[in-house]
Design a protein around this ligand. Sequence first.
Ligand code: ATP
Length: 254
Amino acid sequence: MANPNVVLHVADVHKRFGGLHALSDIDLQIEEGKTHAIIGPNGAGKSTLLNVIIGKLAPSSGQVVFDGNVLTGKKPYQINQLGIARVFQTPEIFADLSVLHNVMIPALAKRDGMFTLNMMRSLESETGIRAEAEHMLEDVGMLNRRGMLAGSLSRGDKRRMELAMCLIQHPRLLLLDEPTAGMSRHDTNTTIELLKKIKARGMTKVIIEHDMHVVFSLADKISVLAQGRIIADGTPDQVRGNPKVQEAYLGGAH
Ligand SMILES: Nc1ncnc2c1ncn2[C@@H]1O[C@H](COP(=O)(O)OP(=O)(O)OP(=O)(O)O)[C@@H](O)[C@H]1O
């Protein structure tokens, strides 16, 4: 019987690039309110899987269902409108706009259905969204940087700003692609605390991450990909103790 707590179901997904099977037989169920990590060695298929979920890549077969809606065949912005937001490995920001305006834009785009140039003109008059953006910046510890140009921020701050850009959309599902990539240990720990805070509010998250400290600090469930297949999934303890995983990925280090 279908699990009523499942909010995202990747059902029997395959993805081929020519002769390469980047994803095979992927069946993944993400439960509401949980943080689900996807780990695996380089080239395992993690980014491909994320791109299939967000509609950047079409699966060769299978489908993705979110909250009763079949996502497969929909455009990335339509999937975003259904309540899925994502934080990229390399933040996608407006470098020449202030931090505050960067955070306001996704809220305007969500409200108005798409991004338009008129939005740029109306940024100053949108006092409600401005107040909300300031609240989100406070949440991620960046209110004092609201007037800075986004392009001048450090890498860690760009990623925090991007998180605020996602949170202001109030997504039901947040996808994080290596949220701590390139961060110092201090910034990584700050980000872990921030993600724990978001989790406490019940937001469902899928996180792709290489840093095992991050994964084991945050995940309720872990799926391990290797050569395009899920070779193990379970709680962090189950995965940690799985000899197949140690062989394929962790190298016995944990
Ligand atoms: N657009 C593409 N065209 C052809 N092959 C691709 C394409 N995108 C990914 N691949 C291949 O698919 C496989 C899975 O790649 P993917 O980037 O999903 O792995 P990954 O687990 O995210 O790796 P990493 O941890 O290094 O980012 C790799 O062999 C990769 O070379």
